[in-house]
Design a protein around this ligand. Structure first.
Ligand SMILES: Cc1cc2nc3c(=O)[nH]c(=O)nc-3n(C[C@H](O)[C@H](O)[C@@H](O)COP(=O)(O)O)c2cc1C
Length: 416
């Protein structure tokens, strides 16, 4: 038996995951709508044998204030299922995972889109199920605003049941609370049987839904302890749904900055940090805290007490926990979160980064990682040429693809 190996996703994101990536001296400012840019990134990831590329999504602006939106690394971009369809034709092996919302779609329509992507890519598609927590996005789908968290998850549970039923060729016909579907799909199963189910959302409802339906969970964690607690909690929920721990791969986000020496890596990080305007940092932090007027509070003072979010409960909790734990001011917190939006950041040499990834992987806190390069393509190239070979040398990551489909890469069973 071969030793357990980690799974790696590449999280695509216009100019890069650092909020100031677009200001990097080598940045490609219109990267968000340059298909050649994404093709090059996907090919780099495929050459490095990544399991998949991953796209987030929101059907709307990421930031309501246009002045701030124009100063971030992600203000324009493609609709991701369309983008991945183009990438499918330009790649051969790498998995193609797109986020899509259960709040602003209907299951039959989305089932067809992902079944198409799955077929046209030869069995490489995955769907990242989210309920969508942004009020800006909600306003594009009616005037009633963001629906309460519990309602969104109730709809998401029914959505997941219907869509997996369609993909898995369960007897057609569904007449439920939110959806009514009569016929089976007009698209046959792909070589992997059905698209891979990914889930991002770490509230109690989110974890429960993932335990029922997800093949992969994308999460955010800062410390080893947080990552381990999430991992154990989620894996512990699987038995209730008749599933085995290995049926779900947990892949937290990680934003590495790598260079030949620690000092050089730190200098690269510091240079990016210097490029963050304060109001942009505070606006980003506000969105993760679900508060609109954080700018009213003294920037060098502590975070105020906040009401519990109806948006992203898990991310709000993570930010507050870090502020209290490390005694950070609003400015410090904003600068920290501008780097990777609450995901884990590691700055160091390839050996140091491999050590950290290995510790979380072998310590039972992750099955792999969703890699979030700070700016594209530079930090992806650095990860692919420095860190991946080190992981391979340690036997922690594949040297070549074992199969052709995303399910084969991830070691997942074919749906029956
Ligand atoms: C790591 C992570 C990534 C997420 N990515 C997205 C995304 O791309 N688009 C989106 O609308 N929501 C995203 N979400 C949030 C989901 O929409 C989730 O359904 C929402 O209810 C907030 O998560 P919660 O379950 O932690 O409250 C993400 C959540 C997490 C934890």
């Amino acid at each position: 038996m071969t030793a357990r190996q980690m799974k790696l996703g590449l999280f695509l994101w216009a100019t890069g995951h650092h909020i100031a990536a677009w200001r990097h001296p080598d940045a490609h400012v219109t990267a968000g709508i340059d298909i050649d840019h994404y093709i090059a990134l996907a090919r780099t990831a495929e050459a490095a044998k990544f399991d998949m590329v991953f796209c987030e999504d929101a059907a709307g602006l990421r930031e309501a204030n246009v002045n701030i939106a124009s100063q971030t690394s992600r203000s324009i971009g493609f609709e991701p299922i369309s983008l991945l369809s183009a990438l499918a034709a330009q790649t051969e092996r790498i998995g193609l995972v797109s986020t899509a919302s259960t709040s602003y779609n209907e299951p039959y329509g989305l089932a067809r889109m992902f079944a198409s992507l799955d077929n046209l890519s030869g069995g490489r598609a995955g769907w990242n199920l989210v309920t969508s927590a942004s009020p800006i996005e909600a306003a594009n789908f009616g005037a009633t605003g963001l629906r309460p968290h519990a309602d969104r998850y109730a709809r998401a549970r029914e959505f997941a049941t219907v869509i997996t039923g369609l993909w898995h060729r369960k007897p057609a016909g569904h007449d439920g609370e939110s959806f009514s579907v009569r016929d089976p799909l007009d698209i046959p199963p792909s070589p992997q049987g059905a698209p891979v189910m990914v889930q991002a959302g770490a509230s109690n409802d989110g974890k429960d839904l993932a335990a029922r339906t997800a093949d992969v969970v994308f999460s955010a964690a800062q410390t080893f302890e947080e990552a381990k607690a999430f991992y154990d909690d989620l894996k512990g929920r699987l038995a209730a749904y008749g599933r085995q721990p290995d049926d779900v791969k947990i892949m937290p986000g990680v934003a590495p900055i790598v260079a030949a020496t620690k000092g050089e890596a730190q200098a690269k990080y510091d240079a990016l940090q210097e490029l963050i305007p304060d109001d942009v940092g505070v606006a980003l932090l506000s969105s993760y805290l679900s508060i609109s007027d954080l700018w009213r509070y003294p920037i060098d003072g502590p975070l105020p007490e906040l009401p519990e979010s109806e948006g992203m409960k898990s991310r709000q909790a993570l930010v507050i926990e870090q502020a209290r734990r490390d005694g950070l001011s609003i400015r410090e917190l904003a600068r920290y979160f501008a780097g990777a939006r609450g995901h884990w950041r590691i700055v160091g040499t390839a050996g140091e980064i491999a050590d950290e990834l290995q510790a979380r992987f072998e310590g039972g806190a992750a099955d792999g990682f969703n890699v979030m390069p700070s700016w594209f393509p530079g930090e992806l190239d650095a990860f692919a040429t420095l860190v991946v070979p080190e992981l391979q040398r340690r036997g922690l990551f594949r040297k070549d693809y074992e199969g052709r489909t995303l399910r084969e890469h991830l070691g997942l069973k074919r749906p029956v």
